[in-house]
Design a protein around this ligand. Structure first.
Ligand SMILES: [Zn+2]
Length: 98
């Protein structure tokens, strides 16, 4: 597990993503549960920061701090479950941007 610290902007985005769906949005089909929206919000943050959102846990340091299992970028999918690979150093990876 690794310690992560999200920025205030990321925290705001996360909180925004967890808000209950406004009534007007419910007119377009099924509303999503709070749990689903929270999962989505964490999933997006996990992709952005490189951690597995299922493993994210608060570590008691504050709202912006948590521990999670960091994920390694596999690069872009090139078919047959293969990935192009990524060394996170060239700065040109289309998947993670590193
Ligand atoms: Zn990458």
């Amino acid at each position: 597990m690794k310690d992560f610290e999200m920025t205030q902007t990321q925290l705001d985005t996360l909180m925004e993503g967890m808000k209950p769906t406004p009534m007007i949005a419910l007119q377009c089909g099924q509303g999503r549960s709070t749990q689903e929206r929270a999962n989505d919000a964490w999933n997006r943050l996990g992709k952005e920061m490189g951690f597995d959102h299922y493993t994210a846990r608060p570590n008691g340091k504050g709202d912006r701090f948590f521990t999670a299992e960091s994920t390694v970028c596999k690069g872009i999918a090139i078919g047959d479950s293969n990935f192009s690979g990524c060394d996170a150093s060239a700065g040109d990876c289309p998947e993670c941007g590193k």
